[in-house]
Design a protein around this ligand. Structure first.
Ligand SMILES: [Zn+2]
Length: 101
């Protein structure tokens, strides 16, 4: 299990702590979780929090969309075994029409 820096989901809260990395966060510190203090304040079970649980419906929809896209992209990658040969169409040269006098 990888541990990363977390920031509280409560924007007004400045608490940060080291917690399990559940979102494969490599660059940005995750902020999907409320800190212990805020969880208590809001009546949330700190240990029961998941990366999805605090999301609004809109955020969840957006996340699911991204997940779906990632899945499709992965499946596409699997299907490509050898690079397809590319056929090049050269422009056909049409003869200049002879002018009649
Ligand atoms: Zn907090």
């Amino acid at each position: 299990m990888i541990y990363v820096m977390h920031f509280c989901r409560n924007k007004k809260c400045t608490n940060g702590w080291i917690d399990k990395d559940l979102t494969d966060a490599r660059v940005n510190p995750p902020d999907w979780k409320y800190c212990r203090e805020c969880a208590e304040k809001f009546g949330i079970d700190y240990d029961a929090q998941t990366p999805d649980i605090n999301l609004s419906k809109k955020e969840l929809q957006h996340k699911n969309k991204l997940r779906e896209r990632l899945k499709i992209a992965r499946e596409k990658q699997k299907k490509i075994k050898s690079p397809e040969t590319v056929k090049i169409d050269f422009m056909t040269l049409t003869p200049y029409p002879s002018q009649t006098i």
